[in-house]
Design a protein around this ligand. Structure first.
Ligand code: PA5
Ligand code: NI
Length: 187
């Protein structure tokens, strides 16, 4: 019997290959209204791709797992670093793991009570995202940030909840360019 060659992940770059991938790009236009500074938003081409997700196709059935790699570009809208939309799982109790592959950034986690925490993302970092915790990636580096995610196929994405509530923290560059967390209610 000849063993099959499974799909491959290049851990140094996050590139997935060897299978027909599902790919989705998210542009600045898709994230309209998410960044704090609308004037800075308007100055950037709205078709700029902020991130891409490449996923191995899963069966979607209960008990199965999905895996995908998010490639989040480096950049800022005004002083705010590029970030993913962020979400709670539609089945909110379902957990997820993220693994940093390349680049550097932050994982913003927010529980149902609105309490936020941040974890540093770097090559080799491991992040357990418990159920009932919304999550967003932020690229605070100067190169693309790629992170692997593994989550239950039934988890789903609820984008509406966080669109209504908002994340309590924003990550802005200070005058020296270093990231600092700012309460979202502050201007
Ligand atoms: O399942 C996840 O949490 C990730 O694969 C995200 O979906 C990915 O990082 C893109 O972020 P969002 O779904 O918030 O646009
Ligand atoms: Ni998720």
């Amino acid at each position: 019997m000849t063993p099959m060659i499974p799909p491959m992940l290049d851990f140094a770059t996050g590139r997935l290959r060897g299978a027909e991938l599902l790919e989705k790009s998210t542009t600045l236009a898709d994230l309209h209204g998410l960044f704090a500074d609308p004037a800075a938003d308007a100055e950037v081409d709205s078709q700029t791709v902020l991130y891409r997700v490449a996923m191995l196709p899963g069966s979607g059935v209960e008990g199965d797992l999905n895996m995908g790699v998010t490639h989040l570009e480096a950049g800022r809208i005004g002083s705010e670093f590029f970030m993913t939309r962020g979400h709670m799982h539609a089945r909110a109790e379902q957990a997820e793991y993220y693994f940093g592959l390349c680049g550097t950034g932050l994982l913003l986690l927010q529980d149902m009570a609105g309490v936020c925490r941040l974890e540093q993302v770097f090559p080799g970092s491991v992040h357990h995202i418990p159920g009932h915790v919304a999550h967003r990636l932020i690229n605070t580096g100067e190169t693309r940030l790629s992170a692997l995610a593994v989550w239950p196929a039934i988890a789903g994405h609820d984008y509406k909840l966080m669109a209504e509530r908002g994340f309590g923290l924003r990550i802005l560059a200070g005058e020296d360019g270093a990231p600092r967390a700012v309460d979202s209610s502050m201007k």
